[in-house]
Design a protein around this ligand. Sequence first.
Ligand SMILES: Nc1ncnc2c1ncn2[C@@H]1O[C@H](COP(=O)(O)OP(=O)(O)OP(=O)(O)O)[C@@H](O)[C@H]1O
Length: 431
Amino acid sequence: MLFEILTTSLMGGMAWKAYSAKKGLSTNDSGKIQRIMSLSGLNVKDGKDTLTTQLIKKKQYDWGWEYKYRIPLGRSFNDYEARQKILEDGLNNRRKRITFADLRQLNFDGDILLQLQELWKAKLTEQKEIELSYDGLLIVRVYDKPLAKEVAFISGEGWKVPVGLTRALNEFKYHDFEKIPHLVLGGATRYGKSNFINGLINSLIQSQPEYANFFLIDLKGGVELCDYENIKQTLSIAYEPDEALHSLQQAYDKMRDIQQLLKRLGKKNVQQAGIKERYFVIIDEVGELNASEAVTREEKLLKQECQTIMSQIARLGAGLGFRLVVATQYPVGDVIPRQVKQNADAKLCFRVQSAVASRVVLDAEGAETLPMIKGRAIYQTADKRDILQTPLITSDIIHDTIQPHIAEKGERVEETAIESRRTDTVTFEEV
Ligand SMILES: Nc1ncnc2c1ncn2[C@@H]1O[C@H](COP(=O)(O)OP(=O)(O)OP(=O)(O)O)[C@@H](O)[C@H]1O
């Protein structure tokens, strides 16, 4: 009898262990998270009492676990954000466990020693990643597997361009320029802004070759966007601030012509009028047009003029088919014109140096705590914020995309003269 009880319990225990390992139940880290929080000084002394971070809810998803905690009075979300790295390291500093689920995947007909070695190596390099947010409760998401460090480029559809792969359910995110016309990009040097702009341009050329038009302003010495210099979709390209002013003037004039056309047609916007063309004004390193950094008076006036036109495009261009994309690696102060930021409902921010820089781009902290991974970014819209891995585009893809669109000699009219801005301005209606 005793023997039967013992063997049944043992078998039951083993079955439960295998089941929980398979379901990932053994990787519930709520207790460990609470201990790390206490040990890293997040408890609050209130007289004789010690207030701690309390677990309210936990839920398992395909990607890992989500925990919700009530934070003690006297602590803010920022206190927890500041300890994100400590939390992540603490969770990964664990004894590596090989579960039944792992062993079941071994092929016992093959070289078992080699397989065990590989399994052990995989276990040692296994990394959990965490994400913190706050909605009245502290939300800690623990992802079983880190987000991919490299994602291949795929084209979007229509006016939707690929932004990147998110962690939850490995869902791919797109930015829809018809829904959110303007986009601000930020991030420290070498984290992937230019690569993203290339992806965006290639996606638009592939999916809307007839209707996508570009005003390109590449103030990084012409190395990033020169590939598109001779394609039919590029209406103008600028490499210096004075050329940038010329390009912006051209865009402004085009915007004015469309406004007049809409007036004649009695329509409020391009969608209503059935106008399919869209005009993308893309500025890589908008910091070079920052008037407050100008040395001479002439340069200051020129940059102020650029900023005025950018603001007008941001404020009034959406209904006229204009889309503004501005990127900067110096997110400080007023580098991004206020009107541009206010009218750009989507922001993409790669890793930045400081919380202040993150606030300049996103109006919120967080991009300073992104891992030091190229292409990793926060995509933020009015109602949602996702961490994602932006796709990497290769020069072969760029070459293949633009090849069919290279303009014949003489097909495009090169305009180099810098005109003074037209003064017969019309009043744009906000649509
Ligand atoms: N999404 C990505 N996935 C993987 N690697 C990437 C990704 N984006 C960029 N990289 C790598 O990082 C390098 C720098 O990227 P990129 O030129 O886009 O940076 P940047 O932010 O524009 O830098 P800077 O502001 O200094 O010009 C690229 O050459 C590429 O090797």
